[in-house]
Design a protein around this ligand. Structure first.
Ligand SMILES: Nc1ncnc2c1ncn2[C@@H]1O[C@H](COP(=O)(O)OP(=O)(O)OP(=O)(O)O)[C@@H](O)[C@H]1O
Ligand SMILES: [Mg+2]
Length: 94
């Protein structure tokens, strides 16, 4: 894996069976990659019992529910949440 690559690399860790070590592998892989100066984001897709933050000893203030509600809120305001946010390049407003 090239740490200088701009596009993110996605590693999916999944299993049809519970308790086989998905969270353990994910947590240790995230730590190992971080120690090699990769920037890592862990997304625990267990919507009901996500526990990656416990395994990693960190506090995760947001979950996928917050993201979905944010996107739904943008749609309710008539905004296109599928487009990247634009930053102003107008010097008069910066
Ligand atoms: N802190 C811990 N101490 C001892 N055993 C643990 C600990 N955390 C997990 N285990 C055990 O290690 C094994 C793998 O756990 P892990 O949470 O990585 O599996 P998982 O595939 O993520 O499980 P789930 O499907 O419930 O998300 C399980 O048998 C679990 O009981
Ligand atoms: Mg797990």
């Amino acid at each position: 894996m090239n740490k200088n690559t701009k596009a993110p690399q996605v590693i999916g860790i999944a299993s049809g069976k519970g308790g086989v070590g998905k969270t353990s592998v994910t947590s240790n892989l995230a730590v190992a990659l971080t120690q090699r100066n990769h920037r890592v984001m862990v997304f625990d897709a267990d919507l009901g019992l996500a526990n990656a933050q416990i395994a990693l000893g960190v506090h995760a203030p947001f979950n996928i529910g917050h993201v979905l509600r944010f996107v739904a809120g943008l749609a309710a305001l008539g905004m296109d949440a599928t487009r990247p946010l634009q930053t102003s390049t107008n010097p008069a407003t910066s």
